[in-house]
Write a protein that binds this ligand. Structure first.
Ligand code: ASP
Ligand code: MG
Length: 604
């Protein structure tokens, strides 16, 4: 018999009728010969209502009492759903997190799962019962047996963790949307359902998919190779499959206590081409990378740093064999780019260096954990290694360093992040997936602000200082870019560093950095909240030249200026002016042929 774990979200169990409909769905699956464990959320908006109640009594209720309160929501649903199943003649039993043995850290309101005991579930399954489990809650490992919760949206995490522990053949997440869409349908009505997406892509699309599927749940699915399906509980449509590579026998103890970083990758076969002082105008990146793609040269990292008024720096990496050609293409096109804005090409500098190495740390666990990039920068600084390029994505941080520093950098990073040598790989690790579409989905993030720190002395340890400070303030940093250009100020070489943070953190970040600016001799610190970040994600883009060019062209066609660019293997992100963000999303979605005719029904 096939073991299936299902999870039903709040709206799917929002009323008696909905609970009865869900019970019928479960009953049918059992009749078809499956063993079912069903994880549920609190009914409808129950959890929000409970939070409001608490806030009417206290502006700062204790986290322990909040857990005691919020965990009741799920307990209502499990009892009602079990009754509904029993009414259908289906034996069923409801269990709280503690009764199952969902053991967590003793960390109220944000506990991580340590272990899931399966004996009791298995016993009831053997008796032919459906097990209905309260999501979002667990019990602390301490002797006190405290009730804990996993954090808002946590029942996805409960479900996937149970599926991993039971080695279920599949975990089905039932929700009120038909699955995961290519982009936000409220902005792009032509968004289509993705039939399939990888867990890596899902993690990179965090800002698009997090509402539908909690990133912590995706992380567990990836770590344990649990196949997921996200689908509507209103229909029989197949929904979206979230695939992960199968994993053998990863220990189930300390299930969610994974290292933030689980791999270090390096790539020696890289050359960097940097162009300084190219015009800051819409269309420049498009022309440049369009030209490079037309010669079939595959570009790996691309960064475009903040500009100083009227010119930009763009740097990218290619394999060493392509370096000469890339340099020639760039040099040839520079005059045209300048001519168009009446600038002379004399200022433009093109520099190619092939004595570089790219070092990348990766891990799903770095989402929402500030300080991982800072730790990387700090340990490189401690080893006296200068960082020449930085590029970040949701689950990766890459640094370009001197090739001569490679071995030391690897040793340092493996040591700091406790990476076994088996997790050390020469990139590209991600296999080019020829069948996978180059671009799977597009995310728009309107909640970020850009933070620029001018004139940071070009010495090892500066990036480390900046990002350690932000991490200490619990500020998560998203894109990080260090400019290519060195400018001399007060007799020393300086670079600009820019990053994006949540808008709500921007002021705190500015204040914190202002506090160290004088001591470290930084220039101005500027905050620009009026930005939008557009990211295209797809594992098929590895080794497929022209994806970046197409993205930049779509933006150029509408005269949208790109303020920052960062890339990872399966993602390209651009910062554009906030007021053009939605338009940018629509255009890019269309440019990659993701728009479709099929009408995707969305709940009001
Ligand atoms: N009921 C909890 C919440 O609303 C957990 C969940 O539904 O995933 O956050
Ligand atoms: Mg949810």
């Amino acid at each position: 018999m096939t073991m299936i774990v299902q999870k039903y979200g709040g709206t799917s169990v929002g009323s008696v009728e909905r609970i009865q409909a869900v019970a019928k769905r479960i009953y049918k699956r059992v009749q078809a010969g499956n063993r079912l464990v069903v994880v549920v959320s609190a009914m409808g908006k129950t959890t929000d209502t409970l939070v409001k109640l608490a806030n009417e009594i206290s502006s700062n209720p204790s986290r322990r009492e909040m857990d005691m309160l919020l965990s009741t929501g799920e307990q209502v649903t499990i009892a009602l759903l079990s009754m509904a199943l029993q009414e259908l003649g289906q034996p069923a039993v409801s269990l709280t997190g503690a009764q199952v043995g969902i053991v967590t850290e003793a960390e109220h309101s944000r506990a991580r799962i340590l272990e899931i005991k399966t004996e009791r579930i298995e016993k009831h399954l053997d008796q032919g019962q459906v097990i209905v489990v309260a999501g979002f809650q667990g019990v602390s490992e301490s002797r006190e047996l405290e009730i804990t919760t996993l954090g808002r949206g946590g029942s996805d995490t409960s479900a996937v963790a149970i599926a991993a522990a039971l080695k279920a053949s599949c975990c089905e997440i039932y929700t009120d949307v038909p699955g995961i869409l290519t982009t936000d349908p409220r902005i792009v009505p032509e968004a289509q359902l993705m039939p399939e997406v990888t867990s890596d892509e899902m993690l990179e699309l965090a800002s698009l998919g997090a509402k539908v599927l909690h990133p912590r749940a995706v992380e567990i699915a990836k770590n344990y190779g649990v196949p997921l399906v996200v689908r509507s509980s209103w229909t029989d449509e197949p929904g979206t499959k979230v695939t992960s590579v199968a994993v053998d026998n990863r220990p189930l103890l300390d299930l969610e206590i994974t290292n933030a970083v689980d791999g270090v990758e390096f790539d020696l076969d890289q050359a960097r081409v940097a162009m300084l002082h190219i015009p800051d105008r819409p269309g420049v990146a498009a022309k440049l990378f369009g030209e490079i793609a037309s010669h079939n040269v595959d570009v790996d990292l691309i960064i475009q740093s903040i500009h100083d008024g009227n010119s930009n720096d763009i740097a990218f990496t290619v394999t060493e064999k392509d370096a000469d050609q890339a340099q020639k293409i760039v040099a040839a096109i520079a005059p045209t780019l300048c001519e168009e804005v009446g600038q002379t090409a004399d200022d433009v500098m093109v520099k190619t260096s092939s004595d570089i190495a790219k070092i990348t740390i990766s891990g799903a666990g770095m989402i929402g954990r500030p300080g991982i990039a800072a730790t990387m920068f700090q340990s490189l600084a401690d080893a006296g290694i200068n960082i020449e390029m930085i590029s970040t994505s949701e689950v990766k941080v890459s640094c370009v360093i001197q090739q001569a520093d490679r071995d030391q950098a690897i040793a340092t990073l493996c040591d700091v992040f406790e990476i076994a040598s088996s997790a050390l790989t020469a990139s590209p690790t991600a296999q080019a997936q020829t069948e996978a579409p180059a671009v799977r989905g597009i995310a728009l993030d309107l909640k970020q602000a850009q933070l620029a720190i001018r004139h940071v002395p070009d010495a090892p340890g500066m990036a480390a200082k900046i990002f350690t400070l932000l991490a200490q303030q619990n500020i998560s940093v998203d894109m990080i870019i260090q400019s290519q250009r060195c400018r001399v100020r007060n007799g020393i070489n300086t670079r600009d560093i820019a990053c994006t943070v949540a808008q709500s953190d921007a002021e705190a970040a500015r204040l914190a950095l202002s506090g160290i600016a004088e001591q470290l001799d930084f220039g101005e610190i500027e905050v620009n909240p009026a930005i939008a970040k557009v990211s295209v994600v797809g594992s098929g883009m590895i080794g497929a030249p022209g994806i970046a060019a197409k993205l930049f062209q779509a933006l150029a066609d509408d005269n949208i200026n790109i303020q920052m660019i960062t890339t990872s293997e399966i993602k390209i992100s651009c910062v554009v002016p906030e007021e053009q963000g939605k338009e940018a999303l629509q255009l890019v979605h269309k440019a990659f042929d993701l728009a479709g005719e099929a009408k995707v029904e969305m709940p009001a």
